[in-house]
Design a protein around this ligand. Structure first.
Ligand code: SAH
Ligand code: SF4
Ligand code: F3S
Length: 442
């Protein structure tokens, strides 16, 4: 009998991408093969996100397609995992009766259970607690690997759906992580990115021995073969001096920190329940820049939070001007079900105003990033090669330790480390020419 084929579409953040790698691994272990398109798959899987309304809309289109494919071939199984499924729970089946199985982010293993059972009845799995990382890894290898260090989030940001979709924060055991780093290196990884909703609060829940995030950084840095270490996302509240010192001391820890700001107005930050104010954020930035002057800083910013006035927004602009980020993800606030901010009915920012504000913000961010990027021109930087350039197949593409994408002229394979002489810089990428090949670098 021919192997069953599956098609998986992933929405959302790196955490979901990582969960999807494990879904791939799980299905591979069950003998499934990948289908090129959902139209010829026996199992159509959507790993969903619900962070903003736009994510829900994209998903609706995919669900519509899955419904059509299933109508054409009734044996098809439709599976929906991830944060959107978790936030709706059994309502998924009421709204979309053609869905066969739905599961939350902590329940990927139950998908396997469902597929192995003879159940013809729709099933939902929405408990919290499992680590996706305990599931099989897919066999495909890459020089860059993700490592989930914790699940869930104990923060209460008033706009955010994640605490309700990913549950309370749980740290994976320290020794498991160090062992996993060794395994990843043995499989060919040389860059590891630690993942969590709030990575730098790692370890506080571990018993009997607590471990800190900076200890974890040091232990993974010490694993032979880890050339680059990254993490995302830290919370400014927990960005303490030991983590900053680790950047200065650990050879593999990259010169890049993504430090989500959300707003430059202390009043709005308070309403967002971000637990820091403008001054505290700025003092964290100052501490980081003092220890590692050349570091790249990127951030996330939300505009149009309920009650945000023009004066509040100008505070965000002035902070962006002052800090000069190397890049920023900017979002228009989107009310999410079961969040505190969604209940606010006063002083809402209308769509037109929000879009006008985000336009101004993006322009400022780009100008700052463009200026910051000029410091690389004329420098020789280490690049981890990813493949050929998306825009020009005759060029190669890779990433610097500062997390800048680089398009460059040279000869190298994916996974090589090369030295590139930077000749040009825009707000989002660098260009240049390779001078030295991989092994010569280290
Ligand atoms: N745990 C991480 C990432 C959270 S989601 C962190 O705290 O940084 C990524 C980003 O999406 C957030 O930083 C925030 O800027 C944005 N975001 C989250 N909820 C949002 C909402 N309801 N509307 C608009 N943007 C939102
Ligand atoms: Fe959401 Fe805040 Fe937790 Fe990030 S820290 S996941 S924004 S609640
Ligand atoms: Fe990630 Fe979206 Fe969930 S951003 S944590 S997949 S809501």
């Amino acid at each position: 009998m021919a192997a069953l084929r599956y098609h998986l579409t992933t929405f959302g953040c790196q955490m979901n991408e990582h969960d999807s790698e494990r879904i791939d691994g799980l299905l591979e272990s069950l003998g499934y093969e990948r289908a090129a398109a959902p139209s010829n798959a026996d199992l159509i899987l959507l790993n969903t996100c619900s962070i903003r309304e736009s994510a829900d809309r994209r998903l609706a289109t995919q669900l519509g397609n899955a419904k059509r494919f299933k109508a054409a071939r009734p044996g098809v199984v439709v599976a929906v995992g991830g944060c959107w499924a978790q936030s709706l729970k059994d309502e998924v089946f009421e709204r979309y009766p053609f869905v066969d199985v739905a599961f939350g982010p902590g329940q990927v293993d139950r998908l396997g259970e469902f597929l192995l059972s003879d159940s013809l009845e729709a099933q939902g799995y929405f408990e919290f607690g499992g680590f996706t990382a305990d599931l099989p890894m897919r066999s495909q290898q890459s020089a860059s690997a993700w490592m989930q260090i914790s699940v869930g989030c104990n923060q209460k940001c008033s706009y955010c759906i994640v605490p309700s979709t990913r549950g309370r924060e749980l740290s994976r055991p320290f020794d498991d992580l160090v062992a996993e780093a060794r395994r990843l290196v043995a499989r060919g990884a040389r860059e590891i990115t630690l993942l969590g909703q709030n990575v730098n609060s790692y370890g506080r829940d571990l018993r009997p021995a607590r471990h800190s995030f900076s200890e974890l950084l040091a232990s993974i840095d010490a694993v032979e073969g880890v050339d680059r270490l990254r993490y995302t996302s830290p919370h400014p509240q927990d960005m303490r001096s030991d983590v900053v010192a680790a950047h200065a001391e650990l050879e593999s820890l990259c010169e890049h920190i993504h430090l989500p700001l959300q707003s430059g107005s202390s009043r709005v930050l308070k309403a967002m329940r971000r637990t820091y104010d403008r001054e505290r954020y700025l003092s964290r930035v100052a501490m980081i820049r003092e220890a590692i002057p050349d570091i790249s800083l990127t951030t996330d910013i939300i505009v149009g939070f309920p009650g945000e006035t023009e004066a509040d927004f100008e505070q965000t602009l002035s902070l962006v001007e002052e800090v000069q980020f190397d890049g920023a993800f900017t979002f228009v606030y989107s009310p999410r079900r079961d969040t505190e901010a969604a209940l606010i009915t006063e002083a809402l920012v209308d769509a037109e105003q929000a879009s006008e504000r985000i336009g101004r913000l993006i322009e400022l961010v780009q100008r700052g990033a463009q200026q910051r990027a000029q410091r690389f021109v004329g420098r020789s930087v280490e690049v981890l090669v990813e493949g050929s350039s998306r825009t020009n197949p005759e060029r190669l593409r890779g990433r610097t330790r500062h997390n800048k994408p680089v398009n460059f002229i040279g000869v190298a394979d994916p996974g090589d480390l090369v030295e590139v002489e930077v000749t040009g810089a825009t707000s989002t990428s660098l260009s240049g020419e390779a001078t030295l090949l991989a092994s010569a670098v280290r």
